[in-house]
Design a protein around this ligand. Structure first.
Ligand SMILES: Cc1cc2nc3c(=O)[nH]c(=O)nc-3n(C[C@H](O)[C@H](O)[C@H](O)COP(=O)(O)OP(=O)(O)OC[C@H]3O[C@@H](n4cnc5c(N)ncnc54)[C@H](O)[C@@H]3O)c2cc1C
Length: 471
């Protein structure tokens, strides 16, 4: 390692999202003095500033204040089970052990959270913390603390190479400019903004044919390229979060309203329509990544007049909003564009969407029985969402899991956030955290809150490890 007198910096962080800024602050708290955050774009915050900023964490003071008893072991268990153990268990153990403390650390720095906690996915206890002011507020607080501590944030610096000496990472390069450091932390986010990388590393979103990305422009997956020079191991192929998309516009809707009924190409219902979105992604995969939402005119009019989307869960701060897609105005508009099927009879609707007439009619009969009995005997949807499909005209809209929210293929790390090489050995001087990493987010997203929780928590771990190495 370059000694502290000859190197430019103690720690360099690549990327100024939640992972990068948390890493920089944690490195400073752990004793590193000269810290640089190199940011490619002209603005701080990456996808983290666009994000809801919802963050999972167990055993926090915020949970206790609401009388919620929880601990990291329960979170670890839920996380591992939901992901069928197809994640890096050692990293997930560290993440779940420290996620609660990371939420409280943000609180100590000045991030305010709503009192109400929400369910991120399928866990048994609400453990998702909702910041007032969403992800931007978290970034603002982290940025302020970085600047107060003299941590330099250099904008417009797109790192394209790592410096290496005797097998050890010793700095970064932006074109011909080089800067040396005791440790380098990669926190440059995902690759959703690169269509080419989406098609190569996240084909299940790309192959839907409607794929589009909702995160920051800077998420081009540069780290996949520049860590090749040090033979970093990549893992988590074809993982990330896909949200259901109507192809009406490029506006995402994380949940679908509970009053809709989903059917597959055989005309059958296949799920509880209010399933958490991390789980809905997998449910759609099992149906060949396409389904139809069906409903009748009466339900559409009622949903429109209600004026508020009927989601299973309302996130604090985003309550009392109409669904951006499932209302009369938008459906009428999309009908004219040929993206909505509207027919007077179910038989005509079935023909229009190429599903068997008998199956569609039977599915509708069954949902109507459930609605009048007040019990969904097939998929146990909360009866308050059960709507009969009885008054024509009838509608069908195709949905595909095509909205790419974030990506989860990237460099492999160990529990101390050290990057591993292709053989599984630690690459000295190189650390990583956040969306740039693979193996932490699994085949089933445990979110809302999984990704941001990973960024802040493992960002702090990376900062501490990098500071200790640079010491
Ligand atoms: C709309 C939206 C809502 C979301 N809501 C939630 C939520 O509520 N909860 C949750 O858990 N997750 C949520 N997510 C996902 C989550 O916010 C992101 O996965 C997470 O914030 C990524 O953080 P990061 O620090 O790893 O990367 P980013 O925040 O993307 O930061 C990476 C930074 O690195 C920079 N960079 C890239 N390449 C280079 C380079 N070569 N040199 C220098 N800098 C570079 C980028 O410009 C960027 O600023 C949401 C995502 C989106 C898009």
């Amino acid at each position: 390692m370059l000694d502290s007198a000859t190197r430019d910096m103690d720690v360099i962080v690549i990327g100024s999202g939640a992972a990068g800024l948390s890493a920089a602050l944690a490195a400073h708290e752990a004793g590193a003095e000269r810290i640089l955050v190199a940011e490619a774009e002209g603005i701080v915050g990456g996808s983290s500033r666009l994000s809801g900023g919802l963050m999972m964490g167990a055993g926090t003071r915020y949970q206790r204040a609401q009388g919620i008893e929880d601990d990291w072991e329960a979170l670890f268990h839920d996380y591992m089970t939901l992901n069928m153990w197809q994640v890096e268990a050692g990293v997930v153990e560290r993440l779940t052990q420290r996620a609660g403390a990371a939420v409280e650390w943000l609180g100590d720095l000045g991030v305010e959270f709503y009192d109400q906690l929400v369910f991120g996915g399928d866990e048994t206890k609400p453990r998702v913390h909702c910041p007032i002011g969403r992800g931007q507020a978290v970034i603002d607080v982290l940025t302020r603390h970085c600047r107060d501590r003299g941590i330099e944030i250099a904008l417009g610096q797109r790192v394209d190479r790592l410096l290496v000496e005797d097998g050890e990472v010793t700095g970064i390069a932006v074109g011909d400019d080089t800067i040396t450091a005791g440790s380098v932390i990669v926190a440059s986010g995902g690759f959703g903004a690169s269509e080419q990388k989406r098609s190569e590393y996240f084909p299940s979103v790309f192959d839907t044919g409607w794929s589009y990305y909702i995160g920051a422009d800077g998420a081009r997956g540069d780290a996949i390229d520049f860590t090749r020079g040090v033979n970093a191991q990549l893992t988590g192929f074809d993982r990330g979060l896909r949200l259901l998309h109507t192809d009406f516009d490029k506006m995402y809707e994380a949940y679908i309203p509970g009053w809709l009924t989903l059917i597959n190409r055989h005309g059958h219902r296949f799920c509880n329509e209010t399933a958490p979105y991390g789980i809905m992604d997998g449910l759609l995969k099992a149906q060949g990544d396409s389904a139809f939402a069906i409903f009748d005119h009466r339900s559409l009019v009622e949903a429109t007049e209600l004026g508020v989307a009927r989601y299973k869960q309302q996130i604090p701060g985003s309550t009392k909003r109409q669904s951006p897609h499932w209302n009369l105005d938008v459906i009428d508009l999309m009908l004219k564009e040929g993206k909505v099927h509207k027919r007077d009879t179910l038989a005509e609707l079935a023909e229009s969407i190429h599903v068997p007439v008998g199956a569609l009619e039977a599915t509708v009969e069954r949902i109507n029985e459930f609605a009048s009995a007040g019990e969904d005997r097939d998929y146990v949807k909360d009866p308050k969402f059960l709507e009969p499909i009885s008054d024509g005209p009838f509608y069908a809209v195709e949905v595909r899991p095509a909205t790419c929210c974030f990506t989860a293929f990237g460099v492999r790390i160990d529990r101390d956030a050290q990057v591993l090489d292709e053989n599984g050995r630690v690459i000295s001087g190189l650390y990583a955290a956040g969306e740039v990493c693979g193996g932490v987010i699994g085949p089933r997203y445990v979110g809302s809150g999984n990704s941001y929780g990973n960024c802040v928590t493992m960002g702090r771990v990376a900062g501490q490890s990098a500071a200790a190495h640079a010491h």
